[in-house]
Design a protein around this ligand. Structure first.
Ligand SMILES: [Mn+2]
Length: 299
């Protein structure tokens, strides 16, 4: 018997669909009303890695509950099919993220999902729509001020970057851990009268390479987009949020929801901005505290 759709539903997806109860019928964390949300013309998010412990789902839920847009691009690695295949992990908050995205589509947000390498099992469905979510291999976005941007996940350039590929796993976070470890180890060594150890040098060499890797990647992606005749490119994949320019081609990376918790947004006049959600949450907490103090003083 054939329970497979079209060209064949990949086994990973069948498993995922059955265990993750897609589509989720309700949200574990109640969604606040839509009145007070910040509205943008466009929102881009990527590298959420649902299905892994690294995913900052609660912060993403806060972001989704605080914002709205006419269009939202999911720029790949939203669901980590690789990791889910090895070890199944799907807490209620991860369902809540999916639920909120589908709810947005129902409310009228145009949702374009461009699968990445970790959710590549969805790539065969490019061109199809699921619950108001358009699956695309790549997309072109026209900004309010008339620029044309190419939107893709960004793993397309891994082959070009192959020589440095392993460095993609050596992120800033690891560097900071190494530096902290280095300080600690050398503090102890100094107390014991031992000479300085070279972990720091190794780490610095690695991070220098990591910085070069990121910069090179950004340039490769921007130049490739330039060859398509567009004004700029939006991608994700390397978990490093950035806005920069290479010879007149704009490069936008919307970051991730593992480490940085970033979103790229387009305002209604076409202005682009990178949001760092942990900072936004901290600012809101300070404002709430100030409001409480004012209320207390008035009472
Ligand atoms: Mn990726």
């Amino acid at each position: 018997m054939s329970d497979r759709l079209g060209k064949g539903l990949p086994a990973e997806l069948t498993d995922l669909a059955s265990v993750a109860s897609f589509p989720p019928i309700r949200s574990a964390i109640p969604e606040p009303d839509e009145g007070k949300r910040r509205r943008y013309r466009t929102i881009w998010i990527s590298d959420v890695h649902l299905g892994t412990k690294g995913c900052n789902a609660e912060m993403l839920i806060d972001f989704l509950d605080s914002t709205d847009s006419e269009t939202m691009y999911l720029v790949g690695d939203i669901i980590d099919g690789w990791r889910l295949k090895k070890k199944f992990y799907w807490p209620a908050e991860h369902n809540d993220v999916v639920w909120r995205i589908l709810k947005r589509a129902k409310r009228g947000t145009r949702i374009v999902y461009i699968p990445g390498n970790h959710d590549e099992m969805l790539r065969p469905f490019s061109g199809m729509n699921f619950g108001g979510v358009e699956i695309r291999r790549a997309a072109f976005h026209d900004t309010a001020d008339g620029r044309r941007l190419m939107v893709l996940h960004g793993d397309e350039f891994d082959t070009i970057m192959l020589a440095h590929r392993w460095l993609a796993f050596v992120g800033d976070a690891l560097y900071h851990v190494m530096m902290a470890l280095n300080r600690h180890v050398n503090g102890v060594r100094r107390m014991l009268g031992l000479p300085y150890w070279s972990l720091s040098k190794m780490a610095k060499h690695k991070v220098k390479n990591a910085v070069e890797f990121i910069s090179k990647y950004e340039e490769v992606v921007a130049r490739a987009a330039g060859e398509h005749g567009v004004d700029g490119v939006v991608c994700g994949h390397i978990h490093t949020a950035e806005i920069r320019e290479f010879d007149g081609i704009e490069y936008y990376n919307d970051g991730d929801w593992v480490e940085g918790c970033n979103a790229l947004v387009e305002h209604f006049d076409g202005r682009m901005e990178l949001l760092h959600w942990p900072e936004e949450m901290a600012r809101r907490a300070r404002q709430d505290a100030a409001t409480m103090d004012t209320a207390k003083a008035a009472a």
